[in-house]
Ligand binder design. Structure first.
Ligand code: GDP
Ligand code: MN
Length: 384
């Protein structure tokens, strides 16, 4: 689960990371009221789960109530790279002397935690990595051993920070790492980590991704879940208990098992297509689950063809067939569909499908052949 900046900051604060004082508002009047408590100047910040809010005009400093009102008015409802702003975070403005960068992530390949610190914060870290890779100090951390004070100091030093700043940054790094480990996060990224003109080190932005597998030991995550804003497709899939991943291509993918769904994506890419999403119907899916899956996939306007790829183990072919037939009967599916059915009761499933086979519902016996067809049909159909 990805947190909004304001949630991320509140989470960081639990682990002793210094953050500016602030409050959430959903209306301009509320923003002014919050600002009055905090004291001017304040920063009004769009709360959307996408970076580059500053550049998009979603982060503005207000010197007094008139400005706070105007900024909140302008930012609420704003569209930032496809995300509508429903809340702003109003916080005490900081007088920034330097902008740094700090993050902790999982390096799955190395089976280690990875810390990254840079004195070049405030800009996208990918850009720094491309232009000046040496400006990013990296430290792999053995998760069993953890990070100690000397290592945190060394890391801050490697990023080019001299004393006394190095000590303050190291102490913030220890807090961030504690949040990452004890807080069960997969990512804790602070960009910028600022040094104020008064010499304080503060997390001015926060990107925190929590590991959903650990939610059982974090009752406090309940509040975060309440505020979660899912894309319409994600929300419907979740309601229906389906595992759904939205992507940005044009072929909708339904498969049984995440592994097969992912290799189906690979095959679609391999033959020149781009997956619009993938949906895993899991093992032993019923006709109803299959029909729901189709309705979620085809509700996405970017889907121009659907590729159903099922290798039946516990999932039975005829259930898949009945699900497709029922979906075609009950909802108006306007895009072509290619079905590849193999494994348990595949023959029975194909028999069921016979009654709906047409230009719009094509059966293919191989995964590669089906992928080619799905891509061809999508490209031939153009936009709906
Ligand atoms: P992002 O653009 O989505 O990453 O949003 P950030 O929270 O990182 O803010 C973008 C930029 O706005 C920061 O890099 C700062 O330069 C600026 N900014 C944010 N808060 C403050 C503040 O309190 N004071 C000042 N002067 N600038 C700020
Ligand atoms: Mn930022």
């Amino acid at each position: 689960m990805d947190l909004f900046e304001y949630q991320g900051k509140q989470y960081l604060a639990r682990y002793g990371v210094p953050v500016p004082e602030g409050a959430v508002a959903t209306t301009p009047a509320e923003a002014v009221e919050r600002a009055a408590r905090i004291g001017y100047p304040v920063v009004v910040k769009a709360q959307v789960q996408v970076g580059g809010r500053g550049k998009a005009g979603g982060v503005r400093v207000a010197a007094g109530p008139a400005e706070a009102q105007a900024h909140a008015q302008a930012i609420l409802g704003m569209d930032i790279r496809g995300h509508t702003v429903r809340r702003v975070w109003v916080e005490q403005a900081s007088d920034i002397a330097r902008e740094l960068y700090a993050s902790f992530t999982l390096d799955r390949g190395a089976k280690a935690h990875l810390a990254m610190v840079s004195a070049r914060g405030g800009v996208e870290i990918e850009q720094v990595a491309a232009e000046d890779p040496h400006a990013i100090a990296r430290l792999p951390i053995n998760p069993v051993v953890g990070l100690d004070e000397a290592e945190a100091l060394g890391l801050a030093g490697d990023a080019g920070l001299g004393p006394p700043l190095r000590h303050d940054v190291a102490s913030v790094l220890l807090g961030l790492y504690r949040c990452f480990v004890e807080g069960d996060a997969d990512l804790v990224e602070v960009n910028p980590l600022v040094v104020t003109s008064g010499g304080r080190v503060l997390a001015l932005d926060a990107k925190v991704t929590l590991d959903d597998n650990a939610s059982f030991r974090h009752p406090e995550w309940e509040d975060f879940k309440q505020a979660e804003e899912l894309d319409e497709r994600d929300r419907r899939a979740r309601e229906l208990g389906l595992q759904y991943v939205g992507l940005d291509g044009f072929v909708g993918i339904i498969a049984n098992g995440a592994g097969l769904a992912m290799s189906t994506c690979d095959v679609v890419n391999q033959v020149g297509g781009k997956p619009a999403n993938f949906l895993d119907i899991g093992g032993g899916a019923s006709a109803e689950v299959m029909a729901n899956a189709l309705s979620v996939i085809t509700s996405d306007p970017s889907v121009r063809s659907v590729f159903v790829n099922v290798f039946g183990g516990i999932t039975r072919g005829e259930e898949v067939g009945h699900g497709i037939v029922s979906a075609l009967r009950h909802s108006r599916i306007k895009v072509p569909m290619v079905v590849r059915l193999d494994g348990t009761n595949a023959a029975e499933g194909l028999e069921v499908l016979r009654e709906v086979e047409s230009d719009m519902v094509v059966v293919s016996s191989s995964m590669m052949g089906a992928a080619r067809l799905a891509v061809q049909l999508a490209l031939a159909g153009g936009k709906r």
